[in-house]
Design a protein around this ligand. Structure first.
Ligand SMILES: [Mn+2]
Length: 321
């Protein structure tokens, strides 16, 4: 679905409500915070009250930098929803469509009216209430929001343009993955409002200690059929989901590698696999075979009750088929 097909309906909904709450997925990334803030600019243009709900305690570096640069009053926790509510309230969820990926799924119960703006595939966990605007062709939620900004003719500051661009740069791994004509149009559009690529790189800078830890623990890359990279962390090292995803994206940068799979123990002792593909191999299909899901380019699974070695063997079995 193209978001512009729903642009009128969305604007009607924004104008109809007095207070609009925005929330992204747990462990905010640059696409979630960028699309939340871009949407906030749209809502402000229509002179509605708006808040971004954040329940994460810690943020990754770039997200923290962006939050620090905004007025504090924009952000609330889910505990404060009731105190900020008006008569007509709307919740807009960005960059996820799944209940279990919200920091606090309980927030859904506070709202009768919900809109979801996202670019991920739907599944059983998808919130089945409200207006669902999902464009799986879009590189990022920030790309979808940029289309709205352009369609509604909303002027944004160079700072905001930079933040929204950083979400696109993150999700496409520098205009490599899922990049389509609209992605470049969005980049052009944001650049015309003064988006600063140097500042984007500043938001994308990583913590050197985390980077070294990732590199150290993941050193055993195997290449299957000369095109699929598989690597795994140690049985004792725990990773955040997005750490596995970052490593998977990095592996795609190597010559000849078409898809990458990173296996690691997650914080809750499950074994996670994060998979990325340039598109020829449908990693969503592969992850489905292991109880997970996703799309052609971007997929993952979580497996309970197995060791890393066992999961790796299963995956290698599938890739060698
Ligand atoms: Mn995203």
């Amino acid at each position: 679905m193209n978001i512009l097909d729903k642009a009128k309906e969305l604007r009607r909904k924004i104008k109809f409500h007095q207070t609009i709450f925005i929330v992204g997925h747990q462990n905010l990334d640059l696409d979630a915070i960028g699309s939340a803030l871009g949407l906030y600019s749209i809502i402000k243009k229509y002179r509605r009250e708006s808040y971004i709900i954040i329940d994460d305690q810690v943020h990754e570096l770039g997200v923290q930098k962006i939050i620090n640069e905004q007025p504090k009053k924009i952000f609330i926790t889910s505990d404060e929803i009731e105190t900020k509510k008006n008569k007509k309230n709307l919740l807009i969820i960005v960059d996820t469509n799944k209940t279990n990926l919200l920091s606090n799924p309980e927030i859904l119960t506070h709202f009768d009216d919900i809109v979801i703006i996202d670019h991920h595939q739907t599944n059983k966990q998808t919130i089945d209430r409200g207006l669902l605007i999902i464009d799986q062709e879009a590189s990022s939620t920030c790309e979808m929001i940029t289309q709205l900004l352009s369609h509604y003719r909303i002027k944004i500051s160079p700072e905001m343009a930079t933040i929204v661009l950083s979400g696109i740069v993150l999700d496409t791994s520098n205009f490599v993955l899922k990049t389509q004509a609209k992605t470049y149009f969005s980049a052009y559009y944001l650049a015309s409002y003064g988006a600063n690529p140097k500042k984007v790189q500043y938001y994308l800078k990583q913590d050197i200690k985390e980077y070294i830890a990732r590199q150290k623990t993941i050193t055993n890359i195997e290449v299957i059929k000369e095109k699929y990279a598989v690597t795994s962390g140690g049985e004792k090292v725990k990773y955040k989901r997005e750490e596995l995803a970052k490593i998977a994206s990095t592996l795609l940068q190597f010559n000849g590698i078409e898809a990458s799979f990173v296996i690691g123990k997650s914080q809750d002792n499950k074994i996670g696999i994060s998979a990325r593909s340039e598109g020829r191999l449908n990693v969503g299909k592969i992850m489905e075979k292991l109880g997970g899901g996703g799309d052609h380019h971007d997929a993952a699974t979580q497996i309970e009750g197995s060791s890393i070695q066992e999961v790796k063997e299963k995956l290698l079995g599938i890739l060698n088929e």
